[in-house]
Design a protein around this ligand. Structure first.
Ligand code: PEP
Ligand code: MN
Length: 357
């Protein structure tokens, strides 16, 4: 249930409402918007129905939330949620940040090479796996804490906030210590224990869509995190399993405008894991921005042919530079910009150095 307070309500009205509701064993969630204060009431539907909300002092109206997900729904909060990350990035705002980097952190030197190339392009955030969810137990599993240290050193040197996956609730404290943003991978979208744990920390979470999850299931997983107290959730469409085999997955771009309609949370797109091949990435990255994505996640490697994982879908920094040129006019056509941490003059010098026109 959403209880909308009158503009002139007092703090005492709010306290009274919250304490009455919580005494009945229900949970409340306060949202102070620019225009209105809203109290979300969560719990047993029959119990909620018994409460005469509109006769409480300071209450204007009460509306049931029809969707099974409540706190993440647009019904609950009309305005877009924006999530600040580090000093220079905001996800969900007008400027679209790109999160780029290798699939896995393979060593200090190669990570530094990749990060420096991305930083020189003005890419605001670095990604890289320390704990890798590999289909085969014989494949490279990631460098663990060592990788986290390398990433946090890159952050100290360049100022780029770092994103990395947490695969298991037992690793959360360790990953939390080093990362700016925690990533939940597609294979863990319904690991409810892990969702509950990341719901109790104060760092932003990128929640990737399960490869066979419906939009409703995706939003219910986001609801797990938010209902445990962490409202900084970023949804990531990364392709779903279909009968098609030419691409690694099928990028469900309709998920972007659909999610933007159903939820106030920011939505980003990862064309790398969706396509599994580099040749289609520029077109689909542009399409994602045109569809309303609030950010992009892209795998980039300085020598994709030597990558220990996902080399076939990793762009080179040169290809990334060219993609940036293609993305900017698309972003402008939909009233946005691509967030760069550089001034124009520097960009041009860097692009020339990278060999791009
Ligand atoms: C990743 O981004 O490193 C990753 C493993 O992606 P996904 O969980 O979408 O497969
Ligand atoms: Mn990967």
């Amino acid at each position: 249930m959403i209880v909308v307070m009158k503009p002139e309500h007092t703090e005492e009205d709010l306290r009274h409402l919250v304490s009455r509701v919580e005494k009945m064993g229900l949970r409340t969630h306060l949202s102070r918007g620019e225009r209105r204060t809203i109290v979300g009431i969560i719990g047993e539907r029959d119990l909620i129905r018994e409460i005469p909300f509109t006769s409480f002092p300071g209450v204007e109206a009460a509306h049931p939330i029809l969707q099974p997900y409540k706190l993440v729904s647009r019904e609950f909060k009309e305005e877009n949620t924006t999530i600040p990350i580090g000093a220079h990035v905001e996800l969900g705002g007008r400027a679209i940040p790109i999160i780029a980097g290798p699939c896995a952190v393979e060593g200090r030197e190669v990570l530094d090479e990749i990060a420096d190339a991305l930083h020189a392009l003005g890419i605001p955030m670095l990604r890289g796996g320390a704990f890798k969810p590999r289909t085969s137990p014989y494949s490279f599993q990631g460098l663990g804490e060592l990788a986290l240290k390398f990433m946090s050193d890159v952050r100290s040197r360049t100022g780029m906030p770092v994103v990395t996956e947490v695969m298991d609730a037992r690793d959360l404290l360790l990953v939390y210590k080093y990362a700016d943003v925690l990533q939940i991978g597609t294979r863990n979208m319904q690991n409810f224990k892990l969702l509950t744990e990341v719901g109790q920390v104060d760092k932003p979470v990128i929640l990737k869509r399960g490869m066979s999850a419906t939009i409703k299931e995706f939003l219910m997983s986001a609801e797990y995190i938010v209902s445990h107290g962490n409202e900084k959730v970023i949804l990531c469409e990364r392709g779903i399993r279909t009968f098609e085999t030419e691409t690694r997955n099928t990028l469900d771009l309709s998920a972007v405008p659909l999610l933007k309609k159903l939820t106030h949370l920011p939505v980003i797109v990862d064309p790398s894991h969706a396509l599994g091949r580099t040749d289609l990435i520029p077109a689909m990255a542009c399409a994602a921005v045109a569809a309303g994505a609030d950010g992009l996640m892209l795998e980039v490697h300085v020598r994709p042919h030597e990558a220990l994982s996902d080399g076939s879908q990793s762009l080179t920094p040169e290809a990334m530079a060219q993609l940036l040129d293609r993305l900017e006019p698309v972003a402008q056509a939909v009233g946005r910009t691509i967030l760069r941490t550089h001034r124009k003059g520097q960009d041009d010098a860097v692009r020339t150095a990278a060999g791009a026109s």
